[in-house]
Design a protein around this ligand. Sequence first.
Ligand SMILES: [Zn+2]
Length: 258
Amino acid sequence: MWILIFTSVITIWVASLCKMFYMSSSSAKYYFLSRGGASGKRNVLLVVAHPDDESMFFSPTINYLTEMGHNLHILCLSIGNADGLGNIRKDELYRACAELKVPHQQVKVLDHPDLQDGFGKVWSHSVMLKVIEEEVMSNRIDAIITFDSYGISGHCNHRDVHYAVRKLLQDPSHRDIEAWELVSTSILRKYSGPVDIWISTLSSSKSIDGSAYCILNQQPWRSFHAMSKHSSQWVWFRKLFVSFSSYTYINMLQRIDA
Ligand SMILES: [Zn+2]
């Protein structure tokens, strides 16, 4: 009985991986952020809360953007100093970004007294807004990607980042910025690894107006390597999380309407 269950799970897992590689090599993948200027390249800003958010949650999107040649900037709003390892984690973020092919000069990590890592630490929306706005202006950003209002893990810092981006979009001067949020899924889907592809592709295919996209990770091994650069965080349960997390394989992105 157990052998049958185990064999079925392995078969579904492998079939899902095959579907992922097949679909990610098809032309459908080229649609997300395809509306560019003359060069077709976009200036994209990924806003996260802590070092490792980029590798743990957003790596399918990062791999897609770098592969497509878009100009990706990453803004991390804290050094992740909840355990006093902030400076180590900051260096780890740069190493992970190098693995993800994001140039060092396009990664910014903040260590602001009003934006310190931790549960129950409410982040200043006005400080976040100012910092994100500066980044948008100095790099002529035309697309932003960030957490949704639940923030995948429900962490309050992730949720605060979402609200700051939403606030920025309400400013008429930033009306032209296209913003996208990473969709939080149920716990079952969250830990279903590549198997979630069946549900994600189905729900994104319903979005005929282009307000939702399913991004498949063509290089999941790169995501593992990137996460392993966060050595201080690379403990057994995170290795398990990265292996079983659907966010290692798939990113469902939904357009944020201001
Ligand atoms: Zn985080």
